[in-house]
Ligand binder design. Structure first.
Ligand code: CA
Length: 233
């Protein structure tokens, strides 16, 4: 790992919330928490979390609604639902709404950590590169902090944007196809019906952050018929 994964806990029961924070810190993760649905949704939509542990029953918005809202904005956000024991309907509904996995309460710590590791493994690209990407003479992107210093501007990237930049910078000598990005970054199998627009939308968002003129990119280039290439120093 090139940086500590950050996990958001959305859970209203204080004892469980505090216990989860302890467990996650102990296992080397960063953890932040929200104690009701509205705060949880707001934090979740910031795009700054590698994984969200999402309780179903919450004051304010419930976990299902939050899951659905997250998916409307970000289909790649890793989400594990915390469901009540033996509530099969909760589990099915959560997975249908796009959660990656679920853990039933009361859960064992070992079980929870295994699920977290598996979901993060699927969500992350398994490569290690230098933490810094240099574009041109005065653009530096710090992978670990998901931030950049572009000339005199400070920029913050989402995890997905950072993953894309990292993968492209690790393959500087060739264009990377949309299918390859969906496979490596999103973890989609190659034989499913791939929605390549997802990639284009993220590329457009990155260009708005790193390019002086996004319609005429200097760094994140489109190679016609082949994909995208990042021009690194
Ligand atoms: Ca609850």
């Amino acid at each position: 790992m090139t940086r500590k994964p950050t996990i958001l806990i959305v859970e209203d029961e204080e004892a469980i919330r505090a216990g989860l924070i302890d467990v996650l810190l102990y296992h080397g993760y960063s953890a932040e928490s929200a104690k009701d649905g509205d705060q949880g949704l707001k934090m979740a939509l910031s795009g700054q979390y590698d994984l969200i542990l999402l309780d179903v029953m919450l004051p304010g918005l419930d976990g299902f609604t939050i899951c659905e809202r997250i998916r409307q904005q970000d289909r790649e956000q890793a989400i594990i639902m915390l469901t009540a024991k033996n509530q099969d309907d909760d589990i099915i509904q959560g997975l249908q709404l796009g959660a990656d996995d679920y853990v039933s309460k009361p859960f064992s710590v070992a079980q929870l950590v295994l699920r977290i590791q598996a979901v993060l493994r699927r969500a992350h690209i398994g490569i290690e590169t230098d933490n810094l990407i240099r574009l041109g003479s005065d653009h530096v992107i710090d992978i670990r902090n998901m931030s950049g210093r572009l000339g005199d501007r400070d920029i913050v990237f989402t995890r997905r944007e950072t993953d894309i930049l990292q993968y492209l910078s690790a393959n500087p000598d060739r264009p990377v196809s949309r299918d390859e990005l969906l496979n490596k970054i999103w973890g989609y199998a190659k034989n499913i019906d791939l929605d390549t627009r997802t990639v284009d939308i993220h590329i457009a968002k990155i260009r708005r952050k790193i390019e002086a003129t996004p319609s005429k990119p200097e760094f994140l280039l489109t190679v016609r018929g082949a994909g995208y290439r990042l021009v690194v120093e």
